[in-house]
Design a protein around this ligand. Structure first.
Ligand SMILES: Nc1ncnc2c1ncn2[C@@H]1O[C@H](COP(=O)(O)OP(=O)(O)OP(=O)(O)O)[C@@H](O)[C@H]1O
Length: 232
């Protein structure tokens, strides 16, 4: 089972302390919600876990290794960051084929993930004609392509309609049940409360809470979040 372990992770951009000595675990078989106000350091943390930003100190380990040291990173970790970076003139199916080929993912898997994210009908349309929600779905398809043991998803619900959000919830629950470790950032607390097992709450780069959702006690997630992040 591959888990994610964040240890003393720190990132300073000049005088901006984006992430400060962050430590938490993302166990397999569970969905871990990663929450915090705007600018709290969530995206920077996820980018460090994916080897896209070099930490000032500390480390993020995936199954005991830094992302850059994984032999087949795309087969171990599926990532969704901001749903940009698609070649606009490329068809959805071709986007996935281009990603699949170099990492040895069989061609048939492209059709499977298109089906999984509900894009089969739109697969042969060019990405420039996709809505934001369709781009999110294509991003999720890219993340799932290598059948990874770990999913790291930054705001995957962005742009999804209510049916899409419910679909995403079921997908994440199913992927966790299959044993994957899932770390997902979100601002939609009502949705997070229905989806995750664990929450990690950060504020101004620092950890405010890490633990089981039900260990927050009587408070709703929203009340706990607002108290922990100093908004109340
Ligand atoms: N490349 C960079 N250079 C300088 N500062 C940066 C850079 N990337 C992020 N920051 C700063 O680091 C802090 C954390 O930003 P980050 O994007 O990680 O927050 P976030 O929790 O993902 O926010 P949001 O919820 O708004 O997406 C912010 O103050 C941001 O301005």
């Amino acid at each position: 089972m591959t888990e994610v372990s964040v240890r003393g992770l720190t990132k300073h951009f000049g005088s901006v302390h984006a992430v400060e000595e962050l430590t938490f675990e993302v166990p397999s078989g569970q969905v871990t919600g990663f929450l915090g106000p705007n600018g709290a350091g969530k995206t920077t943390t996820l980018r460090m876990a994916l080897g896209l930003v070099r930490p000032t100190a500390g480390e993020a380990l995936i199954g005991g290794h830094r992302y850059g040291k994984l032999a087949q990173p795309r087969r171990v970790v599926g990532a969704l960051l901001e749903a940009t970076g698609f070649h606009p003139g490329r068809r959805g199916r071709d986007h996935l084929r281009v990603l699949a080929q170099p990492v040895g993912v069989p061609a048939g898997r492209v059709d499977d993930v298109l089906e999984l994210v509900g894009l089969t009908e739109a697969a042969d349309r060019r990405v420039k004609g996709y809505s934001l929600g369709m781009r999110q779905r294509l991003g999720l398809a890219s993340a799932l392509l290598g059948d990874p043991e770990v999913l790291i998803l930054d705001e995957p619900a962005n742009g999804l309609d209510p049916a899409g959000i419910a679909w995403l919830r079921d997908l994440l629950r199913k992927e966790a049940k299959d044993g994957r470790a899932i770390l997902v950032s979100s601002h939609v607390l009502s949705e997070v409360a229905q989806t995750v097992d664990q929450v990690v709450i950060v504020h101004e780069g620092r950890l405010r809470f890490a633990g089981a959702l039900d260990s927050l006690g009587e408070d709703s997630l929203e009340t706990a979040f607002l108290n922990l992040t100093g908004a109340r």
